[in-house]
Structures are given as C-alpha cells and as structure tokens.
Design a protein around this ligand. Structure first.
Ligand SMILES: Nc1ncnc2c1ncn2[C@@H]1O[C@H](COP(=O)(O)OP(=O)(O)OP(=O)(O)O)[C@@H](O)[C@H]1O
Length: 306
C-alpha cells in the first residue's frame, strides 16, 4: 500500500506547549481521510508540517515517501485552510492566473477547466470581493486542486457556510476524490460531515493519535433500519439472520435501502404492525467521545465538535 502522508513519532513544541507529542499516523493514498480532534489537539500543526510551513522538533513526516518540506514533496500537495481570502479586486479567473504564475505549473486551459469544475464557470470574470462565502470556498477548492497535486489538505472547508452550501461543497469534495484521482485529508469539527464524506478517520487528542480506522468500523457498522413493531417476535421471525431485537417493541434490520419496500411488505403480510421506520446511522459521536477518554482527560471544547 502506498501512503500519501506518513508521520512517525512526530513532536512539535512551541515553548512549553507540545502541539504534537509523538504522533504516528499513516494516511493511505486515495479517498478522503478525516482528521478529528478538539481545539488544540494538533491537527493544524500536522498540516503545517506537511505543507513545509513549520519544521518538526523531532520525528519525521513524509509525503509519498519524500520528506515533508522538500521542494519535490511541496509540488505534490495543495491546501485550503478555512475560508480563503483573495484580493477583492481580482476576478476569479485572475486569482487562479496569479496563482498559476506563482507556481509556474499550469496554463489558462486548466484555469477554465477548474472554474467550471467547481461551478464557477459563470462567475469567472466577477470580482472575488463580490463572492458569497460558498463561492469563495469554491474558488479556494479550485486553487487547491488546479496545480494537480496528489494530496489536498482541506482544513474546515465548510466553515461559515449555510446548510445548502455545505451539502454542495461536501458533494463536490467526494466527486473530486472519486474522479480526479487525488487523496484528500479533511479536518472538521462537524462529526456528521466526516461521517458522510470520509472513508477513514483519525482522532487526535493532545498531540497524539487516540483512534484510527475506517468510518464504518469506528461507528459500529453500516446504517441499519430501526422498526418499531408489534409483535416484535413475529418481525424477528420474518427478518431471520438480518434482524436483532432493540428493546421490547423494536427491531434492527441489517438490510440495504433498496430492500426496504420488500421488507415492509413482508412484515405487513405476516401481520406485523409497524408504527415507525427510521434509519439509524453509525454513531461517530460516541466513537469520538470514547476515543478522547473521560471528561477530565479531554482537551479543548467539545461543544465545537457537534
Ligand atoms: N505558532 C504557535 N505558537 C505557539 N503555540 C502554538 C502555535 N501554533 C499552535 N500552537 C499551539 O499548539 C497546540 C496545537 O495547535 P493546533 O493549531 O495544531 O491545534 P488544532 O487541533 O488544529 O486546533 P483547532 O481545532 O482549534 O484548529 C495548541 O495548544 C496551540 O495553541
């Protein structure tokens, strides 16, 4: 397996603060990898090291096998850190052209492709200063991806956006990961965002890795259908190996969404009354809180991590 980012015994101190305290983590190439953790857990510090912006106090960080900070590794990584800011008098096209000149990496064809790709084709010649938060975010994504890096780091990519905009950006991130052949690392305080967008996730606590795994395993498996039924034993007989009791009047069904209508029909035909049917998603919040340990050991503000 090849790795986009490998951190080994990474330590970064700022005076008495140990921002990273012996972090070891391997992020596989391909897909979207989520990084969770309370404020001050060390997420941004890892990204700054990966982007060559700060040097570790000790330990190593490698991007695709090359030490972080070397010119050859920097060419392979792009980033968007929160809401990007651009000179307000430049158009979206000019912003990308300016960045292209700085990087010396691409011509105008790529600029047009990426403006279309992030849904800004119609606003290419509008000034960035007139953009909504969502449009700035889209421009930031284009800027992060358009030099065709193999790894893109997105730190809080939907911060400050409204719910509809958040959904669009999440779908765009998944699409970019699937179709542009790029590895994405996404840090977010939105557990729901990480659960929906990421394939694997790492939880940081006090500069260390508290947990890591694929989202499904960490959240206790795939979504299941919870049915409030009467009588429950009859429902369980219909479900067979796919069913499990959940209290006295409910069952959990391990079925695909597409199988739901057939299952409901079979239950009704068997004389089962169904008063509620609801999909129960994997519970990342419990996994997150469990990984951080009891309250007195948690750092940061958990209220931000909802
Ligand atoms: N330049 C710096 N000088 C001093 N301390 C710093 C500096 N950068 C980070 N720190 C400290 O290092 C620790 C880790 O910070 P970091 O920004 O990596 O956390 P984070 O997990 O990204 O937090 P957040 O979720 O709030 O972005 C914090 O205690 C922070 O105050």
């Amino acid at each position: 397996m090849s790795f986009a980012l490998e951190a080994e015994s990474l330590v970064k101190t700022y005076g008495a603060v140990r921002a990273l305290d012996g972090l070891s983590l391997r992020i596989p190439a391909g897909g979207v990898f989520g990084v969770l953790g309370p404020n001050g857990a060390g997420k941004s510090t890892l990204f700054r090291i990966a982007l060559g912006l700060v040097r570790p106090t000790s330990g190593t960080a490698r991007l695709f096998g090359v030490p972080a900070g070397q010119t050859s590794s920097l060419r392979r990584v792009g980033a968007m850190i929160e809401t990007p800011r651009y000179p307000p008098y430049l158009t979206a096209r000019d912003v990308l052209r300016m960045l292209a000149m700085e990087s010396g990496a691409v011509g105008s064809a790529d600029v047009n492709y990426w403006l279309e790709r992030v849904g800004l084709g119609g606003a290419a010649d509008r000034k960035a200063g007139t953009f909504s938060v969502g449009m700035k975010q889209r421009l930031g994504l284009a800027a992060a991806f358009f030099t065709r890096p193999e790894l893109v780091i997105l730190d809080e990519p939907t911060s400050g956006m409204d719910p509809a905009g958040i959904q669009e950006i999440r779908a765009l991130i998944r699409d970019l990961a699937a179709k542009e052949g790029v590895t994405i690392i996404l840090a977010s305080h939105q557990l729901d965002e990480v659960r929906r967008v990421c394939d694997r996730v790492a939880i940081f606590s006090k500069g260390k890795l508290a947990a890591e795994g694929d989202v499904e395993a960490l959240t206790g498996g795939k979504p299941r259908l919870r049915l409030t039924v009467s009588p429950a034993d009859k429902a369980l007989a219909v479900l067979g190996a796919k069913g499990q009791p959940d209290g006295a009047n409910a069952v959990l069904a391990d079925v695909l969404r597409a199988e739901t209508p057939a299952l409901i029909r079979a239950l009704v035909e068997a004389g089962v009354e169904i008063t509620e049917a609801r999909w129960r998603e994997g519970d990342l919040e419990s996994a997150y809180l469990g990984a951080l340990g009891p309250p007195d050991q948690k750092n940061g503000d958990l209220a931000n991590a909802r």
